[in-house]
Ligand binder design. Structure first.
Ligand SMILES: NC(=O)c1ccc[n+]([C@@H]2O[C@H](COP(=O)([O-])OP(=O)(O)OC[C@H]3O[C@@H](n4cnc5c(N)ncnc54)[C@H](OP(=O)(O)O)[C@@H]3O)[C@@H](O)[C@H]2O)c1
Length: 260
């Protein structure tokens, strides 16, 4: 989201109580996020800031690039620091994980983790790390079967942070979701985000550039989906539609199917 969209949406989002902000070096909006968080008057400790290091910065530039991110964000630490993608760098994984640990030891990151890791790479990262990795941030929505990476992430003691939960808008044209929304008197956004949040050890990140859509997030925590609705939505995963798949950055993704 660019600075203009953020200026429209972030102040009212913070005002209504949203606290988890996900940015990345590559989004080029860390400075806008930093300015708007400061202008909100909230204490730094009331906001949960995540940023991600771009693969080109995994080597010698890791520490400098993190310092730049912190300067842009106007803070001395982030709450969560992630490796953005597992490919796109020649730096060995041990050194990437070591750089995360160094950032944590320097007080620049409260928690550390990864993004877009497949099961094999996740196991390797966890075994190379001398401390817990908090999360694996991956694409997760009803049209993609991510049962295997979810199980691997959970089994590694980590939280799965779901990105693109609305399948960048595709959920709005799915009749099954519209039907469940109608039956339960909820919106499609609420049904889908609730479906994500009801998975074990899972958080959700979503996005809107429209302040008038922020109200759609209200009431997410005052209802639950029944087992039948959870199972019905899960059947859509058979389509296995992966949306974010940039050449040169992706691992060999986990294949669809139940956890082995
Ligand atoms: N780690 C990674 O590699 C990675 C990759 C992708 C994303 N992410 C993170 O995950 C966040 C969320 O993912 P995302 O933004 O790609 O996907 P998303 O949450 O699945 O979808 C966002 C899209 O849905 C639209 N939308 C929201 N509410 C709507 C409504 N009521 N009716 C119609 N359209 C609606 C938004 O459009 P409007 O703006 O018009 O509302 C926006 O285009 C990103 O902002 C980013 O922080 C991380």
């Amino acid at each position: 989201m660019d600075g203009q969209a953020l200026a429209r949406v972030l102040p009212p989002a913070l005002e209504m109580g949203l606290r988890h902000i996900d940015t990345a070096q590559i989004y080029r909006n860390e400075a806008a996020v930093g300015d708007l968080v400061r202008a909100s008057g909230l204490r730094r400790s009331d906001v949960f800031l995540t940023t991600k290091v771009w693969p080109a910065n995994y080597g010698k530039r890791f520490d400098t690039s993190l310092d730049e991110s912190l300067r842009h964000l106007g803070t001395d630490h982030v709450d969560l620091l992630l490796l953005h993608w597992p490919e796109g760098s020649d730096v060995p994984l041990a050194d990437q994980v070591g750089a995360l640990a160094r950032a944590q030891d320097a007080g620049k990151a409260r928690m550390i983790g990864v993004s877009n890791f497949d099961s094999a790479r996740l196991a390797a990262a966890a075994s190379l790390s001398d401390r817990p990795l908090a999360t694996n941030q991956v694409e997760f929505h009803p049209f993609l079967d991510q049962r295997r990476i979810h199980a691997a992430t959970r089994n590694a003691g980590m939280l799965l942070t779901a990105y693109c939960p609305l399948a960048v808008g595709r959920v709005f044209s799915e009749p099954l979701l519209a039907e469940i929304a109608r039956e339960t008197g909820r919106s499609i956004v609420q049904i889908v985000l609730r479906w994500v949040l009801e998975h074990e050890k899972m958080a959700a990140l979503t996005r809107t550039s429209r302040a008038d859509r922020l109200e759609q997030y209200r009431g997410l925590f005052n209802f639950t989906l029944g087992r039948d609705h959870m199972a019905a939505i899960a059947t859509l995963g058979v389509r296995h539609e992966r949306i974010v798949n940039p050449a040169g950055l992706t691992p060999i993704w986990d294949v669809p199917g139940p956890p082995q």
